[in-house]
Design a protein around this ligand. Structure first.
Ligand code: FES
Length: 104
C-alpha cells in the first residue's frame, strides 16, 4: 500500500469536482460535507469525463454531464440509467493540508 499526494486541501472547492491524473489514473476528486471522495473519472457508459459533471448534494452523487447518470460518491454505484456499471472508488486521506490517495 502506498500513499500519493494528489493535491492540497485548499485546491478543492465544496461540491466542485476536480480532475486529477496520477500514475496513469484519471480521477474525479470531490469535496462534500468535509469528506473527500475519489472516483475513476471516466463514465462507465461512454468515454467522457465525470469531473465535468455536477455534484448532486442530496444524493451524494456525481452526475454525468452527457446522459445524466448519477454515480454514488461513496461506492461508485450507478444510481440511475443509462449507466449500469459502477465506477471504481478510491480511499482518500487528509494529512495536514495534503489530500492523499491510498493505492494498493
Ligand atoms: S456517457 Fe455518462 S451516462 Fe452516458
Amino acid at each position: 500500500m502506498k500513499e500519493l499526494k494528489i493535491c492540497d486541501l485548499t485546491d478543492l472547492e465544496e461540491a466542485s469536482p476536480r480532475r486529477i491524473e496520477i500514475e496513469g489514473k484519471k480521477l474525479s476528486i470531490v469535496l462534500l460535507n468535509e469528506r473527500i471522495y475519489a472516483l475513476d473519472d471516466i463514465c462507465s457508459h461512454e468515454d467522457v469525463s465525470l469531473s465535468e459533471g455536477e455534484v448532486d448534494i442530496d444524493e451524494c452523487a456525481l452526475e454525468c454531464w452527457k446522459h445524466g447518470s448519477l454515480f454514488s460518491l461513496e461506492t461508485g454505484e450507478a444510481l440511475s440509467l443509462p449507466a449500469t456499471k459502477s465506477v471504481k472508488t478510491y480511499e482518500v486521506r487528509i494529512i495536514d493540508n495534503d489530500v492523499v490517495l491510498v493505492v494498493e
